[in-house]
Design a binder for this molecule. Structure first.
Ligand code: PNS
Length: 180
């Protein structure tokens, strides 16, 4: 059984994440999309909301017969991978700028759990600039992010921001800060 975890914050899930899932899932028998529980980072969505969104969107992704699971986790990714008896940690690389951070993480994870390999996949070029942070920023300021995040996620972001459809910049309700 080849089991991998695909860890991340997924705040929110983007089409870039889905692209990595679509590319990597066929390499494994089972993949756990592992959503980091990081309340200290003041995420837009709770970990349960993020897991739920991933679960709802996943059926639309072709995963080539790989069984997909979604789980929240806390603590170290390497320890979570070991607990789930995964042999691989999947990460996507969008651009050279991702490389240094990802290399450090991969080396640290390998030191922590030498038998677990990090598997890097190159993101599709159309998603090479897509990050959760950028999506939130553009959305909150009234920009369009359609096609870059799943429709369901866009809808949930609108609900979070109390979208008034007026075209004016959205208010950052989840953190209580005004955006203007
Ligand atoms: O989607 P992200 O935010 O780029 O994912 C980063 C993530 C969750 C993979 C990373 O922050 C992580 O692994 N956090 C868990 C704590 C941990 O293991 N830290 C040491 C990494 S070497």
């Amino acid at each position: 059984m080849r089991r991998a975890i695909f860890p991340g914050s997924f705040d929110p899930l983007t089409n870039g994440h889905l692209d990595i899932i679509r590319r990597s899932a066929p390499l494994f028998d089972e993949m756990i999309v592992s959503v980091l529980n990081n309340p200290e980072k003041n995420p837009m969505f709770t970990v349960d909301e993020r897991c739920e969104m991933v679960r709802e969107v996943l059926p639309s992704v072709g995963t080539g017969g790989c069984s997909m699971l979604v789980e929240a986790f806390s603590g170290l990714t390497a320890h979570f991978a070991r607990e789930r008896e995964a042999t691989a940690i999947v990460r996507g690389i969008r651009a050279v700028s991702d490389y240094e951070y990802e290399l450090r993480m991969a080396l640290m994870n390998r030191r922590l759990e030498p038998t677990i390999e990090t598997v890097f996949l190159m993101a599709g070029e159309e998603y090479s600039y897509v990050s959760s942070t950028l999506m939130k920023q553009v959305f909150e300021l009234g920009g369009r992010v359609n096609g870059l995040i799943p429709e369901l996620v866009e809808k949930k972001m609108g609900e979070k921001n109390g979208d008034d459809q007026s075209g004016s910049p959205r208010t950052d309700k989840y953190s209580g800060r005004s955006r203007r």
